[in-house]
Design a protein around this ligand. Sequence first.
Ligand code: HEC
Ligand code: HEC
Ligand code: HEC
Ligand code: HEC
Ligand code: HEC
Ligand code: HEC
Ligand code: HEC
Ligand code: HEC
Length: 441
Amino acid sequence: MRPAHLLLVAALFWTPTAWGGLPENASGVGEHAAHWQPDPLHEYWDPGTYHRPESEAVEGVFQGEACLECHAGVTPGLVKDWRASRHAQVEPPVLCPACHGDDHQKLTFPTPQTCGTCHPQRLAQVEEEKQYGFPSHALAMERVVDAKHFADKPKAEVASCLQCHSVATKCDSCHTRHRFDPAEARRPEACLTCHSGPPHPDDEAYFASAHGRKYQKEGALWDWSKPLRKGNYATPTCAYCHMKDGNHQVADKAVWKFGIREINPTTAENEIKRKRWRETCADCHPPEVAPEFFRALDQERATAWGKLNTVERLLKSLRGDGLLRPSARERPPYPMDWMARLFPRERIGFFEGQASAFYNVGALERDYFEMWYFDNLGAYKGMAHGAGEMSQRFHQRMDAAAQSLGAAAERLRSKGGETSGIDWKPLWLEGEYTRFNRDHN
Ligand code: HEC
Ligand code: HEC
Ligand code: HEC
Ligand code: HEC
Ligand code: HEC
Ligand code: HEC
Ligand code: HEC
Ligand code: HEC
């Protein structure tokens, strides 16, 4: 931990009005470190960076048995979970100090590296994801703190980001403390705390598929103590497909990835990934099922990108004719974007930069954002998981969005510019919201 962080975290916990009294140099981490400050909860989501030993009530260095004895009274549920875990049953047992240290005034919270001292193979598999780039569990924390909207928005709005993206900075996301039970991790519910919601409706997609429906009907009767291997499960769960044979690496098969970029699925590299997918399906299906399935997925993606590109061209032409507002010059740039301040650049959609797509945009751009982020991703995730009807429903929403954007564009041309819609200027440039931002990040 850097000294600046220690200072900061100390300030957070020792003064109730810490927000007002933070030292000038207090900062977060990552590319935009100077522009945000961590919340108290970050101590739990990213313990390696922010955890500060806290216990003032208890002093001393204790052996594992002493920790257990006292904590059986202080935190009985936790000790009960630990006693039921494999960590309590092995010889010698993995006692409290293995993950927290033995000095109660210098307690630590375990990072993946802590677990990795005894589970090196699992840690190495997670680390391996990095070679596949974003998105991945291993890079999730970097991704979130380096996102411009994370640094720019009021903290109240982004307080939850680290909760899900902490999958990178701690190992208890899927097999939760203190049971650390692989059976829990094998079930889809372990993933759905994070893999749900409009930009990643993996829950909706899976439960609408033949696989998910069978799980819902019969899952309660399955023996979840068995590892995720061929023959052990009738129907695949999230982890069965994405963590094949228990491999803690979720990025080595992803071709379309998050679904927000148009890609070529037939490159040599993607062929290798597809081969891994075909092998996964072949645990249960005849070999011809997978190629047909992926052909249909790629076809669906081509159709979706046809729709997105049409709208993107439409917005670019409005932009080119100066009809969209706020223009790049009018839009308040992200605080750390000095380049954009000096050289404002017109951008549309994801490819040209997320900066232009989320907020501080006019009504038309916002509608397009919802089309590529929510409707498009619903269409993709449905198709990728064998939920054809769900995919179709989201395609209909894309069609409706394209149509209404087309009509709005015509109105705009006849009126000569975007003057209606959200009251962007007071809200984003001068309003409370922006001032609050400046003072509270
Ligand atoms: C004499 C009783 C006692 C003993 C012995 C004891 N603890 Fe604690 N522990 C507490 C109490 C009380 C709290 C909660 C209050 C506090 O934070 O001071 C606590 C809190 C904790 C926390 C949470 C800290 C946080 O930041 O939220 C951890 C982790 C912990 N103990 C681990 C241990 C370990 C590991 C040992 C053995 C090395 C141990 N405890 C021994 C009483 C004890
Ligand atoms: C295998 C590692 C491991 C062992 C062994 C372990 N813990 Fe933990 N403990 C964790 C993790 C992981 C967390 C969550 C930390 C975070 O949120 O970043 C945690 C959190 C805690 C907390 C904070 C309260 C909570 O659950 O959020 C307390 C208190 C605690 N542990 C006490 C204990 C005690 C007492 C023992 C011994 C019975 C123990 N731990 C054994 C890994 C472990
Ligand atoms: C001091 C060494 C040590 C540390 C540190 C440690 N473990 Fe373990 N863990 C073990 C041992 C030993 C086993 C039992 C292995 C076996 O069954 O052969 C185990 C088993 C497990 C299992 C399988 C449990 C089961 O029911 O089969 C999980 C999951 C697990 N650990 C997760 C973690 C996580 C997550 C962390 C960090 C928060 C962690 N471990 C830290 C030694 C450790
Ligand atoms: C604590 C939250 C959390 C849990 C639990 C979680 N994930 Fe993730 N997962 C994420 C985040 C966040 C990302 C995206 C990271 C990024 O932005 O790079 C991600 C990314 C992924 C990716 C890569 C996506 C891609 O496009 O390449 C896959 C696959 C994945 N998760 C599968 C799973 C599975 C399977 C489970 C359950 C066994 C699971 N996840 C549990 C948060 C979680
Ligand atoms: C409910 C859990 C959850 C929350 C809360 C969450 N994310 Fe994510 N995020 C995910 C998952 C899961 C993915 C990966 C989606 C996929 O591949 O399907 C992801 C993906 C991303 C990506 C894209 C990664 C890439 O490489 O393209 C970014 C950027 C991101 N999140 C930033 C944020 C920010 C900023 C916040 C807070 C405003 C946030 N996330 C809140 C779960 C979450
Ligand atoms: C995305 C969810 C997820 C995350 C994050 C995760 N695990 Fe696991 N873990 C699983 C699943 C699923 C299993 C069961 C694998 C099987 O059935 O073969 C498992 C099983 C284990 C086991 C049990 C025995 C074994 O080796 O198969 C250990 C040990 C383990 N994980 C360690 C870790 C460590 C260390 C980390 C952090 C570096 C971690 N896990 C993070 C999902 C996860
Ligand atoms: C039958 C196997 C299967 C099951 C079960 C499954 N998925 Fe997928 N998933 C896929 C396929 C295939 C893709 C598309 C991959 C591609 O384009 O390369 C995908 C895509 C994804 C992606 C986008 C990135 C990536 O890694 O390809 C995420 C995230 C994801 N699934 C999460 C989940 C979650 C969470 C669950 C459980 C609710 C789940 N999946 C269940 C097969 C499966
Ligand atoms: C662990 C076994 C298993 C794996 C792995 C598996 N499936 Fe399935 N799949 C099934 C079962 C069982 C069914 C039938 C479910 C039911 O009862 O409706 C099914 C049904 C399907 C269906 C629906 C057929 C229909 O008539 O609606 C498709 C499509 C499908 N699987 C594709 C895939 C693809 C693609 C993969 C790999 C990404 C895959 N499956 C991986 C077991 C598996």
